[in-house]
Write a protein that binds this ligand. Structure first.
Ligand code: ES4
Ligand code: ZN
Length: 324
């Protein structure tokens, strides 16, 4: 079964590029940029990756990405992920990036996006992996900063498939960004946002995302199961959920495998993704293996998960059909 999963053509839709920064590259970038790291070795750095909640993870995640400074840094980051993706037979990926995590510390927006874009072009030519970018707003910053970031992105609209919303959800509901999302839609961006599995008010946040904002997709979103009406709307609209089993295991007490199983059985277009593979020590293949092992998924069900992903991908119909 592991070989079957390894060989399966895959589509990854929930992947933070800053969450693919492996310790080895972190050391290399620190050296290149003349920065000191608080760890002596890769092993020491990995040993410090101890998180049991979203907020403890996010602290390490934002600290870690400070080594990213120049256009080649962002190129190398994305190229390293795309190389790994090619090895795992990922044929298509939609990649989140967090421009505000960089502009807020003085790295210009165009440095970030040009580096990432150049890697995507090279990966398609050299590795045969297609990818697109999704720009995420940080929900723990003010909506005005998200709006300013949206405006800053407009000259690069052709390089960005859509927008997302990530970082700390507590106290930062979807409604906070309603105006930003309305403008993003007017500008032609497709819309997704995180509705995390560890939220007390998860069902209300998902309701806002779907009914008030009209997102095209939900990142995570397993908690639609708390409200039958939400399940019905998601089914009726054919909306997809981008689930991340191993990530779930870090921020809650489990991978939420039973919820994912229930959603599959209901016919919801659920997908399996890695979220922050360098920090959660699992790329998409390892996530599929872990879920298969827990749920005893058969080959048909594994194929269905990847079909779901290509089906909900933000690609023109013709391109999707070529993968399906
Ligand atoms: C994230 Cl796991 C997770 N949750 C929310 N925001 C994020 N950004 C990167 N990883
Ligand atoms: Zn995520």
């Amino acid at each position: 079964m592991k070989d079957f999963i390894a060989g399966l053509p895959k589509c990854e839709l929930h992947l933070h590029i800053e969450g693919t920064l492996e310790p080895e590259l972190k050391f290399e970038l620190a050296r290149r940029n003349g920065l000191e790291l608080p760890y002596a070795t890769v092993e020491e750095m990995r040993a410090a990756y101890t998180f049991d909640s979203l907020s403890s993870f996010l602290t390490i995640y934002y600290e870690g990405m400070k080594v990213l400074r120049t256009e080649p840094d962002f190129y190398d980051l994305a190229m390293a992920y795309l190389g790994k993706a090619a090895e795992q037979n990922v044929r298509y990926a939609e990649i989140f990036f967090d421009p505000q995590a960089h502009t807020s510390r003085g790295v210009p927006f165009d440095v970030v996006i040009r580096g990432l874009r150049r890697a995507l072009m090279d990966a398609q030519a050299r590795l045969g992996v297609r990818a697109q970018l999704i720009m995420c707003f940080l929900r723990d910053f003010q909506a005005e900063y998200a709006m300013a970031t949206l405006m800053e992105s407009l000259p690069y609209k052709e390089w960005i498939a859509g927008v997302g919303l990530d970082s700390d959800e507590r106290g930062n509901p979807p409604s906070k960004f309603a105006t930003v999302y309305e403008r993003a839609r007017q500008e032609g961006y497709l819309l997704t946002m995180h509705c995390d599995v560890d939220q007390d008010d998860a069902a209300e946040h998902i309701r806002q995302a779907i009914e008030d904002i009209g997102v095209d997709r939900i990142d995570h979103g397993v908690n639609i199961l708390e409200d039958q009406r939400l399940v019905e709307v998601v089914l009726a609209r054919g909306m997809g959920l981008t689930c991340c089993p191993i990530s779930n295991g870090y921020v809650t007490d489990s991978m939420q495998a039973e919820g994912i199983r229930k959603l599959m059985d209901l016919g919801v277009r659920v997908t399996v993704n890695s979220d922050d593979p360098a920090y959660f020590a699992a790329y998409v293949t390892e996530n599929l293996i872990a879920l298969q092992d827990t749920l005893q998924l058969n080959e048909h069900e594994l194929v269905q998960l990847e079909r779901n992903a290509f089906e909900i991908a933000w690609l023109p119909r013709q391109l999707k059909d070529a993968y399906l």
